[in-house]
Design a binder for this molecule. Sequence first.
Ligand code: ACO
Length: 379
Amino acid sequence: MSTTTPAIHRGLAGVVVDTTEISTVIQETNFLTYRGYPVQDLAAHRSFEKVAYLLWHGELPDPVQLGEFQARERALRPLGRTTSELLARLPETCHPMDVLRTAVSFFGAEDPAEDDGSPAANRAKSLTLLAKLPTVVAADQRRRRGLAPIPPDPGLGYAENFFHMCFGAVPDPDVVRCFEISLVLYAEHSFNASTFTARVVTSTLSDLYSAVTAAIGALKGPLHGGANEAVMHMLEEIGDPRRAEEWLDRALAGQRKIMGFGHRVYKHGDSRVPIMQDALDRLVARAADPEATRLATLHAALRRAVLTRKNIHPNLDYPAGLAYHLMGFDTPAFTPLFVMSRVTGWTAHITEQLAHNTLIRPLASYAGPGQRAVPASAG
Ligand code: ACO
């Protein structure tokens, strides 16, 4: 028997577990590409629907392919009566991420082809989720505001339709564009915690809905996607830009993690932040009101303070959290917006995992009691 102690990689930090053709984070240059295209260029020049198509099919769509894709997505947006009834029965005290997780699980239970894991069946399921999740998120936000749901409008694009379902109106194109930029930036990020969760579930040959349900659970946590919501709570807690430094001192002294800062992979800045920060700056300038200016000043003051004190850079959740607030979304709905986008990356990875599947099953180094005899009597 070997006596060598195995190397332990807590949190799988630095461990390469597989190859992927979907995206890559180049740490040295803080660069991110989807299927080879720089994410900054995609965010600046391509719609979210085109990026979803790219992630799933490996290439950007031509006009015919895009037309077919959009027609199918628009037709799938409405929720069935049973789904609407189920969602209406969930307690309003539960978190919107719980609603989304339940909805995806229910879609799985309703899907007659639930056990068919063929690539074609999974493509259809992925499109169903892309189309229906915004309808769930919008209806849930309205329910919590005491308002009736607004049915999807098949005449509107993905982002415009989402605003329409949430607020009954589509804001000006600058706001829609900022939202679309956030969706493109959130869509995919290699083997992050929720994507890896989806791949683990898929590796057992479980179904796509189970993998996405599990991924939503992983994304909900504040160390991952839940951070965009936590950023807003943190800004509200600080309140006054002049209190940012003092608040930070106390938070760090109390060993608190500063939400929206730091990253497992990027140690010198998140490649997605500059483009999202630009979008946020445009929203603030457009709002031109004292409340937006106060929040933007506070946001900038905290960013400077965290950089100065800890040399830790913001991640995408930092500008996205405040941007979503300025777009009018309720704070608990921020992470569900992340899900609406990241479901494209998750499902691309589910397909890739199935194409070269190996059960994901790491080892652990046992640190419990040595072997011992079970006591003779129960007493
Ligand atoms: N606030 C305070 N200190 C931090 C933060 C932070 N946000 N991030 C890292 N650090 C510190 C750690 O305390 C640690 O310090 P130490 O060496 O003195 O102990 C050091 O930086 C290294 O940090 P780790 O936690 O080891 O880094 P890790 O890679 O494990 O964590 C994580 C990354 C979880 C994202 C962390 O930075 C964090 O908790 N951030 C806040 C939550 C957050 O914003 N999550 C969103 C991630 S991005 C996304 O999902 C889109």
